[in-house]
Design a protein. Structure first.
Length: 161
């Protein structure tokens, strides 16, 4: 069984190589730029502050007014270990999340799978936006995410209204 000291020694060794810091900084810079880009292109949507995470996920909310009025939000999530972007329909709190999971469980949600209420689950519905993103072409990646998130939002509005 490895100890915390063993993990920290490995962490320190990896940091000495310098790639982790560069990758993490690049991910955070991309996400910050994506947030700014979407805010400029969709001024009628609400944006939250970005949560940089613990090298597990980085996300921000990008929510149209119709969903916000129902205490719902859309999160654009980068999952570090899987190297992919997802869209999450979420609630403003656990009670709202559970309410919509119950409601949507009774509907045909098509290609979308409704989450189950359980500890650690923060979504009502999750969907992959981009797998194995090409960060070297950030303009193309931003546009690809924008198209995919707008499609997801429109699908969620159709399901909910």
């Amino acid at each position: 069984m490895e100890s915390l000291n063993d993990h920290i020694r490995e962490y320190t060794n990896q940091l000495k190589k310098g790639q982790i810091q560069k990758a993490y900084k690049g991910i955070i810079a991309f996400m910050s730029g994506l947030c700014t880009y979407l805010g400029k292109n969709h001024p009628d949507y609400s944006l939250s502050a970005m949560y940089s995470g613990y090298m597990d996920m980085t996300y921000f909310a990008f929510t149209p007014t119709d969903l916000k009025k129902k205490n719902l939000k859309i999160a654009i999530v980068y999952l570090h270990e899987q190297n992919k972007f997802e869209a999450w329909l979420g609630g403003s709190n656990r009670k709202v999340q559970a309410l919509y999971i119950d409601r949507l469980s009774l509907k045909d949600t098509g290609k979308y799978i409704v989450s189950h209420v359980s500890p650690g689950v923060d979504s009502i519905i999750e969907s992959t936006l981009v797998e194995l993103p090409d960060f070297d072409d950030s303009d193309k990646l931003r546009k690809l995410i924008e198209m995919a998130i707008i499609e997801f939002i429109n699908d969620m509005i159709t399901l909910l209204f």
